[in-house]
Structures are given as C-alpha cells and as structure tokens.
Design a protein around this ligand. Structure first.
Ligand SMILES: Cc1cc2nc3c(=O)[nH]c(=O)nc-3n(C[C@H](O)[C@H](O)[C@H](O)COP(=O)(O)OP(=O)(O)OC[C@H]3O[C@@H](n4cnc5c(N)ncnc54)[C@H](O)[C@@H]3O)c2cc1C
Length: 507
C-alpha cells in the first residue's frame, strides 16, 4: 500500500470538499518502474475546518492505548490519539508508578524499623511527607509532559485533548471536531469505584487519585477496601507512621490463593489494624474529623474517628459518557466492553483493550493487548489473542506475587495436582534475612508434572515470581525446575526447595 501525502490546504477547496464527501478515497495507481503492478493508495487524512477529519486509526485513551500510537505512525499511517486528562493514563499519573515510588520510601522505613533484628541501632525514621509526595508528583508530571512533544513532532500523529464521544460506529466528536476512521480503539481504562455508603458523597474522602498526591500526612487513616490498591496505599501511609485501619467486608486480598491470603493477613494484621467481616453503615465529617459507623463481625455497632478516609474498593470501567449508545458496542452487566477473541467489540472496526474490557486490570496486560492489536491491524497477523500466563504482584510488606492457577481453583475444578512448599525461613538466605513470614508454593499437574501455578509471599516476591513466569511461558515441568543450577545461597533457593518438596511426593 502506498500513501499519498497528507492533504494540505494548498489543494483546491473544491477538491477537498469532494475528498471530505467520501471521507476516504482509494485510488488505483500504477507503480511506475515497480514489479508490483497495481497498488491501492489512500488519502490518510483530510484537514477541513468544521468538517470530518479522517484517520487510519483513532485511539481513545493514552494509557495502554499508546502502544498503538508510535508503531502505527512509524508505518506511515495517520493516527489520532485522544486524551481528556494528563498523557500517560492511570499507570503513570495515578497508579503503578507514583504508588511504587512512594512505597519504596515505605519499604526503606520498614527496613529501618526492622534494623534492630540485625543488631543495628537506628532511631525511628522521620518522614518529610510533603517533600516526598512533591518529589514523586514532580517526576511523574515531567514524565507525562514529555509525551506531548514526541507526538507533536510526528506529522502522522494528531493529539486531541478532550472528552471524546461516539457519534456512530465510525465517527467520534472531540472539542467540537468530528473525526472518522474505520478503526477505532477504546482504551479508556477505569476509575475508582465508590460504594453506596450513607453520607459518603458529602464528605471529603480520598480515592487513590488524591491519596497519591496528598502532601499532608494524616495522624490516623481509615481505609475502606482490602484489595491491592487499598493494601498498597494503606501500607504506604501506615509504614510512614500513620495509624492505619482497614475496613473489609470479607478479607484482605480475597482473590489470592487462600494460603497466601492467610499468611498475608497474619503479617499485615500485626502491622496495622484490620477490621474484617464488617458492614459499613454511615460516614460523616465535622471539623476535619471523619466518623465511620460500622457493624463489626459480631453485629455490634461501632464508630471510629480519623482525620483521613481513603475509599479503595476497586475500579469501575470508563464506559459511561462515551456515547456508546450511538454505536453497536455492547457492555456486560458490570459495564465492561464486550470484545471477541480479536479484541473487536460488537461494532465492526471498533476494538477495545485494557481496564475498560476488564479481562485483567494491569498495565502489563493492556500493553500485551495493545501490542497484539497493532500486529492484528497493521501487520496482517490474523490469529486471536493468545494470552501468556498473566502474573501479578502486591507491593506491600510482605510482598505477594503469583502466576497461573490457585490451589483453590484446582480443587474447585477437580484437577489433580501436587503441591511443593517451602518457607523462606527454611532456606539459607531466609535465615540471613530472619524471615518471619513468607513461602513459595508451586502447583504441578499430578500426571504431566507441568507447572500450573506459583504463588510467593515474602521479600522480593515480585522479583522472585519472574523465574516461574518464564517457566510457565516455556510450558516447563517439575524436572525443568530441578535441572537448573541455583546460586547458593540466593533467595530463589526457596523456589528450588519448593520444587524438591513436590518431587518427594512423586517418589
Ligand atoms: C493506585 C494504583 C496502583 C496500580 N498499580 C499497578 C501496578 O503496580 N502494576 C500494574 O500492572 N497495574 C497497576 N495498576 C493498574 C493499572 O494502572 C491499570 O490496569 C492500567 O493503567 C490500565 O490501563 P488502560 O490503558 O486500560 O487505562 P488507563 O491507563 O486508565 O488509560 C485510559 C485513559 O483514557 C482516558 N479517557 C477515559 N475516557 C475518556 C474519554 N471519554 N475521552 C478521552 N479520554 C478518555 C483517561 O483519562 C485515561 O488517561 C494500578 C492502578 C492503581 C489505581
């Protein structure tokens, strides 16, 4: 396919109107001197004020959606990228990156607090909270601002800042302009979900957006929620000296393997106040103090006061106010966009990736989907998406990480398995670290000995899990794990010991 140059204003007005009338005109040109014969040439974009601008692809959302922007533009296609907030999406501006930058300070504080275990006398750490949060925000804002000039420099990329709405299956509207394409990608992500709690809408509570930019260190923080966002952010505040209370309907990290969950609960409850099996009743705010009323696990009514409240019960997809009612796109009962195995929605030519689809809610999963879609749409790859084993990690103390199935799922599905288990404290490095918590748990298929799942809780779990992600990607079996030579006495020996434990059960 050969592209004609961008249609600029020097084209006669009448001709431009004609182009616009038909949005996209495909010419058959003869490739002079070439051996390819006839090739089709497309007008990439028509820039007529107040009229429709046509693009080869329109991408809505600059998080994982950016995976398609530069690679597609590099191939000579015209790309429109639309973003209503800061460039970079949740991960950069209010998710993975700022949270981990802040949590690193919490980890250092924890190490200092634990130093006495190693006969080191260090006073308790004092945090310059305002300076810490300001440093992190400054860095991520700089990173976000660095994206714009890159896009502006590229003549194939047009950046629109504004809230987009669909008008039809092929047209959207942003800032009063109408854009069209036969390929539109919805990558609008998700935002903080808010519970239906009496009084909540009248009080100045924080969601993760505010909690990551809050420069005032509270004395006492109430956290509603027990998933990874709640535990990570609560850990950040708690480790830096804020009295932190978690309020959870059932349990902490309820999606984790049950043994991991129990170990996490044991460790976390020693550091922070965890109120489980509670029912929230009402919240109010007066003179800077929140009062949370709740029923405890014995059904007795309780109240707790604090100077900060974080609501972190999870996320809800950004699919409202997108004008999807003007398209054939359909949503599931929770509001996530329905897609087929090629990430195409029920509307031909409209695709969706990432949190708004809700298959996985990670930056690494939306990256994978975005890269797949780029190959599908612009590299003529035609297979359905084939997800690799999807790992996850929780950056708390202790850390949690996993890949593949949990033991609970294996039991539910009656899949025969063998479990290998090793505590951190039963390894040489675990002895050096004086690990009080932590283990690795490996799950193998009973007959094939293939690795089906791996779950780690403890120091460096988010790093340790990578060897098991690699093994699962390679469809490895127990022998593969035992065949390799491990560095003695590095922490991955915990994984090897768990594999040896599984091996014993086969013999
Ligand atoms: C506190 C926190 C910590 C996290 N930590 C991790 C982590 O450690 N690791 C990990 O993998 N994941 C983490 N996540 C999850 C991760 O950030 C998301 O899964 C990921 O960013 C989703 O990417 P996305 O492209 O689907 O959506 P987003 O990154 O949210 O991008 C969607 C974009 O679309 C824009 N948009 C929405 N509607 C419109 C509209 N109508 N018009 C124009 N623009 C629109 C939004 O402004 C947004 O910028 C974390 C999330 C949070 C909240």
């Amino acid at each position: 396919m050969v592209s004609l140059p961008y249609v600029k204003s020097n084209i006669a007005k009448k001709t431009r109107k004609l182009f616009n009338k038909y949005f996209r005109i495909t010419f058959l040109c003869f490739c002079i001197g070439g051996s390819t014969g006839y090739v089709s040439c497309e007008i990439k974009e028509t820039q007529i004020e107040g009229f429709v601008k046509n693009y080869d692809i329109i991408i809505i959302g600059s998080g994982g959606g950016t995976k398609l922007v530069r690679p597609v533009a590099k191939k000579g296609y015209k790309v429109a990228i639309i973003e209503k907030e800061k460039l970079g999406g949740t991960c950069l501006n209010r998710g993975c990156i700022p949270s981990k930058m802040l949590i690193h300070a919490a980890d250092v504080a924890m190490a200092i607090k634990e130093a006495h275990k190693y006969q080191l006398q260090i006073g308790s750490p004092e945090v310059l909270f305002d300076e810490l949060v300001t440093r992190v925000c400054k860095k991520i804002d700089e990173e976000s601002e660095s994206i714009r000039p890159v896009y502006e420099k590229d003549e194939n990329i047009t950046l629109y800042n504004g809230h987009v709405k669909f008008i039809s299956n092929t047209t959207v509207e942003v800032n009063g302009e109408t854009l069209s394409s036969d390929k539109i990608v919805i990558a609008t992500g998700a935002d903080a979900a808010v519970p239906d709690l009496k009084g909540l809408s009248d009080v100045p509570y924080m969601t993760y957006r505010d909690a990551l930019r809050n420069t005032n260190k509270p004395k006492k923080l109430l956290v509603i929620g027990g998933g990874y966002i709640a535990t990570e952010l609560g850990y950040f505040y708690g480790a830096l000296g804020v009295e932190t209370h978690f309020f959870v309907r059932s349990m902490l990290l309820r999606k984790e393997d049950s043994e991991i969950r129990e170990e996490f609960d044991r460790a976390f409850s020693k550091q922070f106040h965890v109120h489980k099996k509670i029912t929230l009743k009402e919240v109010s705010h007066k003179d800077g103090i929140f009062t949370l009323s709740y029923e405890d696990e014995n059904k007795s009514l309780q109240k707790m006061e604090a100077d900060a409240l974080l609501v972190a019960i999870g996320v809800a997809p950004n699919t409202k106010e997108l004008g999807l009612e003007n398209t054939d796109v359909t949503l599931d009962e929770r509001g996530y966009v329905k897609v087929d195995p090629k990430m195409q929605t029920d509307a031909k030519g409209i695709y969706a990736i990432g949190d708004c689809v809700g298959r996985f809610l990670f930056r690494h999963s939306v990256n994978f989907e975005g890269e797949y879609l780029e190959r599908l749409l612009f590299q003529k790859q035609d297979e359905p998406i084939k997800y690799r084993p999807m790992p996850h990690a929780v950056f708390t103390y202790p850390q949690v990480a996993g890949v593949g199935v949990t033991e609970d799922t294996l039991k539910e599905k009656n899949i025969p398995y063998v479990k290998g288990f090793c505590k951190y404290s039963d390894s040489a490095m675990g002895m050096a670290l004086l690990s009080e918590y932590g283990f690795a748990k490996l799950l193998f298929h009973k007959e094939t000995k293939k690795l089906l799942g791996a779950h780690i809780i403890g120091d460096e779990a988010s790093v340790m899990i990578h060897m098991l992600i690699a093994f699962m990607n390679m469809d490895a079996s127990l022998e593969d794990l035992l065949d390799m030579i491990y560095i003695h006495p590095a922490l991955p020996e915990v994984v090897r010991n768990a594999a040896r434990d599984a091996q014993k059960q086969y013999s």
